[in-house]
Design a binder for this molecule. Structure first.
Ligand code: T4K
Length: 422
C-alpha cells in the first residue's frame, strides 16, 4: 500500500485563475471522493492464484471463512456472515429479525438504508437527526413509534456513532428490534467498545468506495447465535441441506475473490487509518479559521477510521452557497460530493409516498444543504490536499466578489439569449 504519488501543483493566486472564469483547472485529472484503498497487490495476486488453483470460487470457500473470522475478531463480535454487498445484508437482516409494518430510519443516509425496507414492503418512517452528530435523534424516534412499528435502523453516519445507549433504551422499553447500519463504521468505537456487537445486529459495507473494501461486499455481525444461523441459511437460498429448504432465502453470498481482496486490505487496515487520520488533520490545519467552513471532527477518545472529510458550509458567512462551492470545485476537477442530498424522503418513491415528510425533518433538510465531502484516502496526497484547501480559501475569502461576478455573468447570458438573432 502506498499513498498516491506526490506531484506538486501550482497554486491559484487570484479569482481570475479559477476554472469558473475559464482558466485551466487546478487538477488535470478528476479527484474523486471514494477512490478505493488498495493493499499489497502481490498478496492479492497470490490469493487469486490460490483460488484459481483450488477451483473453489464461491459457496462457502476458505477465504470467505477466513474473512468472516477476521472481521468478527476485529469488531469483537461472535458471528460474522459475509455477503455480496451491504444492501442485501440489510435486507436479509431486516427479514431475519422479523421486522414488518413500520421501521424508523433516518432520512439523512444513503438511500440503500430505506430501500432495503421498502423492497420488502416495510414502510420506512423517516426520523430527524441530531445536527451535531448527523445521526438519529433518540427523542424524536420515540415520538414516531406507532402500534405498527417493529424496529429501528440507526446509521453510524461517517463512522460517527449514534447515541447507542439512548436508542437501546427506547428499543428495549418499546419492544422494538434495533439494527445498526454500520456501513461506514468498521474500526470505530462507542465508549471504547468497537462497533459490531450493538443492538440485535449490525451491517458493514465493504464496497469499493468504503475505507475497507472487498470490491463489493458486506456483512451481518451479531452476538445472537440463533439469528446468525438464520442469516447464514437465508443468504444461501434457505438451504438447510443439499435439496431441502425450510424457509425462503436469497443469494447473498460473498465470493472468494472479494474475500481475497477484503483479507488483503485487512492486512493494511492500520496504514489506511493512519493515512485517513493524517489527511483529516491536514485538512483541519489548512482550513482552520476559514469563516463559514466547519470540518466535522471525530472524537479522539474513540477509535475511528476517518474515512470521510465532511465540511459544513454556512452560507451566511461564505456568501456562496454549498452548491456554488461544489460547482466551483468541480470545475477545478475536485469532485466534492454533497452526500446525502436531498435526503431519502425527497427521493422517489418516498417523495411521492410521503409528500409531507419534510415537516418533521427540519434538521435533515437544513443539513442536506450544508454538507460537502472532500477527497481523502490513500488516493490523495498532501500536495493535492494543500491545493484543495488553498482553492477553497481563495474562493471563500472572495465569496462576495465571485457571487457578484456570477450574477452579472448570468444576467449577461440572459440578455444574450433574449436578444433577437442577427
Ligand atoms: N448504508 C449506507 C449508510 C451506505 O453509505 C451504503 C453505501 C450502504 C448502506 C449500501 O452499501 P453497499 O450495498 O454499496 O455495500 C457510493 C457507493 O456506491 C455506496 O456503496 C456508498 N454507500 C455510498 C456512500 O457511496 P455513489 O453513488 O457515490 O458511487 P459512485 O459510483 O459515484 O462512486 C463514488 C466515487 O468513487 C466516484 O466518483 C469514483 C470513485 N470510485 C468508485 C468506484 C466504484 C473509484 O474511484 N473506483 C471505484 O471502483 O455511492
Amino acid at each position: 500500500m502506498s499513498k498516491a504519488e506526490h506531484i506538486p501543483q501550482p497554486a491559484k493566486m487570484s479569482v481570475d485563475d479559477l476554472a469558473l472564469f475559464w482558466a485551466q483547472p487546478a487538477f488535470a485529472e478528476p479527484l474523486h471522493v471514494g477512490r478505493p484503498n488498495i493493499g499489497d497487490r502481490r498478496k492479492f495476486e497470490a490469493r487469486i492464484g490460490d483460488i484459481l488453483d483450488r477451483r473453489w470460487l464461491t459457496n462457502g470457500g476458505p477465504y470467505v471463512a477466513e474473512f468472516e473470522r477476521r472481521i468478527a475478531e476485529l469488531a469483537g463480535v461472535e458471528h460474522c456472515i459475509a455477503m455480496c454487498n451491504a444492501t442485501i445484508a440489510l435486507e436479509i437482516a431486516i427479514r431475519a429479525l422479523g421486522m414488518t409494518g413500520e421501521v424508523i430510519v433516518p432520512s439523512f443516509t444513503f438511500v440503500a438504508t430505506a430501500h432495503a425496507l421498502q423492497w420488502q414492503e416495510i414502510t420506512p418512517v423517516f426520523c430527524d437527526i441530531d445536527p451535531l452528530t448527523h445521526t438519529l435523534d433518540p427523542a424524536k424516534v420515540e415520538e414516531l413509534i406507532t402500534p405498527k412499528t417493529t424496529g429501528i435502523i440507526a446509521v453510524h453516519l461517517w463512522g460517527q456513532t449514534c447515541n447507542i445507549d439512548a436508542l437501546s433504551e427506547v428499543a428495549g422499553r418499546r419492544g422494538l428490534k434495533l439494527l445498526f447500519d454500520s456501513a461506514h463504521a468498521i474500526g470505530c468505537s462507542y465508549q471504547g467498545r468497537l462497533i459490531g456487537s450493538f443492538g440485535d445486529a449490525e451491517v458493514f459495507s465493504f464496497h469499493a468506495t468504503k475505507f475497507l473494501n472487498s470490491l463489493e461486499g458486506g456483512a451481518i455481525v451479531t452476538n445472537n447465535a440463533e439469528l446468525a444461523t438464520r442469516v447464514r441459511l437465508m443468504k444461501n437460498f434457505g438451504f438447510t441441506y443439499y435439496d431441502r429448504t425450510d424457509f425462503i432465502g436469497t443469494n447473498g453470498k460473498m465470493n472468494e475473490i472479494s474475500a481475497a481482496m477484503g483479507l488483503t486490505n485487512l492486512d493494511s487496515i492500520d496504514d489506511f487509518i493512519a493515512v485517513n487520520r493524517g489527511n483529516h488533520k491536514r485538512y483541519s490545519e489548512k482550513l482552520a479559521n476559514l469563516a463559514g467552513v466547519t470540518l466535522l471532527t471525530y472524537d479522539e477518545k474513540e477509535k475511528c477510521n476517518y474515512q470521510y472529510v465532511v465540511l459544513e458550509i454556512d452560507q451566511t458567512k461564505t456568501i456562496l452557497s454549498r452548491d456554488q462551492l461544489m460547482e466551483i470545485l468541480h470545475k477545478e476537477n475536485v469532485l466534492a460530493r454533497r452526500y446525502f442530498y436531498p435526503g431519502c424522503h425527497l427521493m422517489e418513491p418516498y417523495r411521492s409516498y410521503f409528500p409531507h415528510a419534510g415537516l418533521l425533518l427540519p434538521e435533515t433538510e437544513s443539513l442536506t444543504n450544508r454538507v460537502l465531502c472532500l477527497p481523502t484516502g490513500t488516493g490523495v496526497n498532501d500536495s493535492q490536499i494543500d491545493l484543495i484547501c488553498q482553492l477553497l480559501r481563495l474562493v471563500v475569502e472572495n465569496g462576495s466578489g465571485i457571487a457578484a461576478r456570477l450574477t452579472s455573468q448570468k444576467s449577461a447570458e440572459l440578455n444574450d439569449s433574449a436578444a433577437p438573432a442577427a
